[in-house]
Design a protein around this ligand. Structure first.
Ligand code: KG4
Ligand code: ZN
Length: 386
């Protein structure tokens, strides 16, 4: 079964063709990072407009890279929630129109489900998929990454190719720019939220701390890169006291802000966007490393507690943009060595169409029916349990 997956929930315009939920025939991602780096964050109206320009060239390229015509496509899958309203609208309207015109069943996929199912995508390389071709459409300040990927079971840079998939029951740690959740999965397409953030998502916290330190958007990769030269023990930040399996990250962001203010000797009323110019390069790298370590420790501690409460767990799956973080990969491998630990290949940690197609495949396997393409709605916020 060949599924065309379409993803536009935030600032990536993406489409992919995936066979049987695992084999990536093509994977095209146009990122708007270059546009939003100038603003230090995503501007929803600009994101929607960029999706509109990139959407059809991206889909055309995904079909071409996969050497597929519409006759070869069995279903269309699209992210319908959660995400930015305007961004979701462009992807879903495109998918609805194509499903109607091409007479294909349409499936609506929850974004966090897709992130989790990035861990089922496998290692076959497509001969037809060239690396980094420019889009033949709008002149976006963006890059098209057409990549083939491997599912990997290891945390370091040297990812091992592994043919196995996660075993149920499993715990999934979903860490992205908008979400931080621990999910319990008894089987395919069965999601129970056992922990969630009460305020900021961990990715959002990386992005906000990066801003304080004067590091470029998106904050996650820039913090990780600055941290590699820093001393992670230099500054101590308290862990939030949140009962149970829930998270809180807004206190950590404030703790970094206050410590930076103290370090450079300014009052708490001092504008946060002017702090970076008072910091030395050494201080920036030490703050980045100390913050990153604290955030990763908080995540691992909670998953450890969750594992204690769910003794039948066989695998730990990490997903979402922050799962690209190298320290998180290393620490998770260390902490959860008694389990099989899965991460998507780093380029599949962020938003892409392949994970949407993979999630859709398992929805179909578990009996989920297609949606009415004339009626599909979008939801900026909706639980994965619905
Ligand atoms: O899943 P994603 O691409 O989009 C959402 O669904 O939100 O996640 C984006 C988030 C951003 O906050 C970004 O800073 C973070 O993932 N991120 C990272 C890394 N790469 C991306 N955070 C920490 N370390 C990284 N290497
Ligand atoms: Zn995402």
């Amino acid at each position: 079964m060949n599924i065309l997956g379409i993803e536009t929930s935030c600032d990536e315009t993406a489409a992919a063709v995936v066979r049987d939920g695992a084999e990536i025939l093509s994977n095209v991602v146009v990122s708007q990072i270059d546009i939003f780096a100038e603003y230090g964050g995503v501007i929803p109206e600009v994101a929607a407009r960029s999706h509109l320009e990139a959407m059809m060239p991206v889909i055309d390229k995904a079909l071409k890279d996969a050497s597929c015509s519409w006759d070869d496509i069995d279903a269309v899958a699209v992210t319908f929630a959660p995400g930015l309203l305007g961004s979701l609208l462009i992807g879903t309207l495109t998918a609805r129109t194509l499903a109607i015109l091409q007479k294909k069943p349409l499936y609506a996929v929850h974004h966090l489900k897709s992130h989790v199912y990035a861990n089922w995508l496998d290692s076959h390389e497509s001969e037809n998929t060239p690396l980094r071709n420019a889009p033949s459409g709008p002149s976006l300040q963006a890059s098209v990454a057409s990549q083939s990927h491997r599912r990997r079971l290891c945390s370091s840079d040297e990812y091992l190719s592994d043919s196995s998939t996660p075993s149920f029951p499993l715990l999934a740690l979903v860490v992205s720019g908008g979400h931080t959740q621990i999910l319990y999965m008894a089987g395919h397409n069965q999601f129970k939220i056992v922990g969630t953030t009460r305020d900021d998502a961990v990715g959002e916290c990386f992005d906000k701390v990066a801003k304080i330190l004067g590091l470029p958007y998106p904050g996650g990769p820039s913090i990780a890169s600055a941290a590699s030269d820093g001393d992670a023990e230099k500054y101590k930040f308290p862990h939030p006291k949140v009962e149970g399996l829930d998270f809180s990250f807004s206190g950590l962001k404030t703790a970094v802000l206050r410590t930076v203010q103290k370090e450079v000797g300014v009052p708490i009323s001092y504008p946060s966007h002017k702090l970076a110019e008072l910091l030395t390069p050494r201080q920036i790298t030490d703050f980045a490393a100390s913050f990153q370590k604290t955030a990763v420790d908080i995540l691992c501690e909670k998953v450890e507690t969750a594992l204690g409460e769910h003794p039948d767990t066989k695998s730990v799956v990490v997903a979402g943009g922050v799962s690209a973080n190298k320290l998180l990969r290393e620490e998770a491998e260390k902490h959860f060595s008694a389990y099989s630990v899965f991460f998507p290949t780093p380029s599949l940690s962020g938003d892409n169409g392949a994970m949407v197609a993979a999630a859709c495949y398992y929805e179909i396997q578990t009996g989920i029916k297609p949606v009415d393409p004339f009626k599909l709605n979008i939801y900026p916020r909706i639980s994965i349990e619905n």
